[in-house]
Design a protein around this ligand. Structure first.
Ligand SMILES: [Zn+2]
Length: 410
């Protein structure tokens, strides 16, 4: 009896499974004849079931075709369950009536914007990098994605547009997107309809998982904030070389800009701000206020010396242990390389009561990179390649002292 009973039970289960699978396959057939080989087959069916995705009029889905921005907008608004807001898209002359409600809803939620004031680009195909940007905004992490500087171990990361690279990195790090199996992302490749269906379904079904992953990522990857202060500027030229007339304010700015760019591009987990990016003069108290208000973790002021001497020296204020340790690491890195590669003198680690060192609320250092009134030093500083080398040294020294991780590809 017992055996027979359990046989019956198995039979019932098997019949039930057969019935369910026939239902499922039947539905797939009923939907689209051309999604049988699509990796996103189940996502396409599931989203079709709830009316978020639609096929073509001829009954096909065309999973490998690119998707237009308007088609994408309808899907995105659908998975986010945003009510139609056609009036918010009425300024776009190219948005079809079937997409206007969705585009308006996404514009209103700051998830998408037009390509121009009156042009949405409705019929333009969606690139993969734009798809990543829109999904990150849809999840509500636009600002956080931009403020983190995450490693993105994809081989073509340098080809990702500047406006999209941090969104792609964010989406990658929360497990939402992967590159191709060859390790590339293909930022300008067109998003296929099946790719969008797959991602849309992931977000639709597992939004809370991505939110948790994103919150953990943010908690664990707070970037180190480096503030770089190019000395002088504007009406204050700083030292001017009596030998070749180059000005301290100009080379300090150039080296600072390059060092900042290297830090953010080549290292993960660091963000940089500058006290000036052009030939202007913020007052010393303005420079300090910028760094303090930003809650920078470290302050680096870039200067070039004059007054009879040669080589490199660095300054700190006071003897806070962290300030001393950071100065030692940064100073040693720069001094050793300058000495070994150019025979430049190490003038040592010094202390001084400089305003920007004293009133900054974080550890701070001031670098005096060579002497403008020394013939050998000035001839080096006049060479663009040497200035780039100096910028690299400064960036490397800051990165090393803060234990920054080098990005795998950049
Ligand atoms: Zn100076």
């Amino acid at each position: 009896m017992r055996i027979k009973k359990s046989h019956n039970r198995y039979l019932v289960i098997i019949l039930l499974l057969l019935f369910l699978s026939s239902l499922f396959c039947g539905q797939a057939q009923a939907y689209y004849p051309d999604i049988g080989n699509s990796t996103a087959k189940y996502a396409i069916i599931a989203l079709s079931d709830v009316g978020i995705i639609k096929g073509h009029k001829d009954g096909t889905f065309k999973p490998n075709n690119p998707i237009t921005r308007a088609e994408f907008a309808v899907i995105l608004a659908g998975i986010l369950n945003l009510p139609d807001q056609p009036e918010k898209a009425k300024h776009f002359r190219d948005v079809h009536s079937w997409a206007r409600g969705a585009v308006g809803a996404l514009v209103n939620a700051n998830i998408v914007a037009g390509k121009e004031a009156t042009f949405f680009g409705a019929d333009d195909y969606l690139t993969r990098e734009d798809m990543a940007v829109f999904f990150v905004r849809a999840l509500g992490y636009q600002q956080q994605a931009e403020s983190l500087n995450l490693n993105l171990p994809l081989k073509d990361v340098r080809y990702i547009s500047n406006y999209a690279v941090r969104h792609v990195a964010f989406a990658y790090n929360i497990g939402l997107i992967n590159g191709y199996t060859n390790g590339h992302f293909g930022p300008r490749d067109l998003s296929k309809r099946e790719q969008v269906a797959h991602l849309a379904y992931q977000v639709y079904k597992k939004r809370a998982d991505y939110t948790n992953a994103a919150n953990n990522l943010i908690k664990n990857h707070q970037p180190v904030k480096i503030f770089i202060d190019p000395g002088h500027g504007g009406s204050d030229a700083g030292a001017v070389s009596p030998i070749n007339k180059i000005k301290e304010k100009d080379i300090a700015l150039e080296i600072s800009l390059i060092a900042a760019e290297i830090l953010e591009r080549e290292y993960a987990g660091v963000v940089v701000r500058l006290s000036r990016t052009t030939d202007v003069y913020p007052t010393l108290s303005e420079r300090v206020a910028m760094a303090n208000n930003w809650s920078a973790d470290y302050f680096v002021s870039i200067h070039h010396n004059a007054g009879g001497g040669t080589g490199f020296e660095s300054y700190r204020y006071g003897n806070n242990q962290q300030t001393v340790d950071l100065q030692r690491q940064i100073h040693t890195h720069i001094a050793t390389h300058l000495q070994n590669s150019y025979g430049l003198r190490d003038r040592g680690m010094k202390t001084a009561n400089f305003y920007v060192l004293r009133y900054t609320s974080m550890p701070a250092i001031l670098l005096e990179l060579l002497f403008l009134d020394h013939a050998y030093d000035a001839s080096l500083l006049q060479q663009k390649s040497f200035r780039q080398y100096l910028a690299h040294l400064v960036a490397e020294a800051i990165a090393k002292a803060h234990g920054l991780e080098k990005k795998q590809y950049y």
